[in-house]
Ligand binder design. Sequence first.
Ligand code: FCX
Length: 436
Amino acid sequence: TKSLKETLQEVIPAKQEQLKKLKTEHGQASLGEVTVDNVIGGMRGLKAMLWEASVLDPNEGIRFHGLTIPDCQKQLPAAPGGKEMLPESMLWLLLTGQIPSEAQVRQLSAELAEKGELPAYVEKLIDSLPPTLHPMTQLGMGVAALNHDSSFQAAYEKGIKKTEYWTHTFEDCINLIARLPALSARIYHNIYNAGAPLPGIDKKLDLIGNYANMLGFANEDLTEYLRLYIAIHGDHEGGNASAHTAHLVGSTLSDPYLSYSAALYALAGPLHGLANQEVLRWQMAMQKEIGDEITHEKIKDYLWKTLKSGQVVPGYGHGVLRNPDPRFMALQEFCDARPDLLKSPTIQLVKQTYEVAPGVLKEHGKTKNPYPNVDATSGCVLYHYGLTQFKYYTVIFGVSRALGCLTQLVWARALGLPLERPKSLSMDAIEKLIKA
Ligand code: FCX
């Protein structure tokens, strides 16, 4: 069986050729104009970034190398005895554009487990942090500190050829992905479970089997949910704040650890990854206010109360999507297949909110997308399975988003992409340009 690195090595030349051709034959072709709205409106819709692994269609949602989430669910290998695609399988697809065989995925799981232990100084660093420090702050610190052993940084200092950049970047990316479960589980343990035993890496388990184990959850359903969650959150094209941050920082040839640490702090914002924490907080407040007898009318009133107080409805709306998020739909299907989840009041409330919220948001008339994004349900399922500390939820998103961000860092180095440096303008400069 060919390894991930060998497979990647094989696909790189064709991509390099494709880029060269695009540059020489179509370098001056226009992909659209830049409007003043683009410049002052957070660059929404501006086609200005190269990102290989996935493309987001406003109506269909995400496709990974052309495959939809249901395609991936059918084709990507699961764990032994499991049904949900493994994040290792998704990583393989993102990096190579190919579907791995089961044997290749097992080999990758074993490699990740082999590399999964944290260095002692990182354990010491995390253990020294106050449990009151937000878990995302801790995660970003741990990831940044792992750059002590960066292969890219060491090789760059020695002086390597540009064509060798990607192999060192790849090595760092695999090491980082391997270590994220132990790092993230340690943060959970220190904050919420101090005193309980913290298991080490089990070499026989897959990446998320180990993560669930180290978090202290032996529940196979939760492990399967985490595999699905982490696989489908892996990449969402390049313009979202975390992915864009990793790409921008990586473009300075900062190593993958520093690049991804920066990305995590973008993910930690409430308009981005923190939304899954916010959804649960908001849902619990709604549940408390409307009591056990949930009706559409009561949910509607609560939605209006949220909107009239000037807040956003968390878990609804999106910068690009204009339909219900297929990631939301995949997680809902996971719930629909499990009677215990369907009986959960939290999951029921998610379902009923979905029946009412789009209508209310349309009537409110502000958001361009009145439909749920993935955050509308993701945390509620974790809550049901006993992972109730919602301040921690964005960390799980952070374990996942590494797949896409780090894939792109490997591709950026393999394709020799340059330092990112867009042009900014002052309002006076914009006015001058309009008059000219
Ligand atoms: N509830 C109420 N108002 C909303 C709204 C919502 N869920 N979503 C958007 N709006 C408002 C915006 O606040 C904006 O108001 P303004 O004109 O007064 O500033 C207006 O509608 C137009 O916004 P729109 O263009 O539709 O959306 P943006 O691209 O600006 O923002 C996000 C997209 C996701 C930030 C926005 O919809 C939002 O705040 N949603 C709630 C938080 C959330 O769920 N975030 C997770 C997103 C995602 F899945 C992720 O990154 O993880």
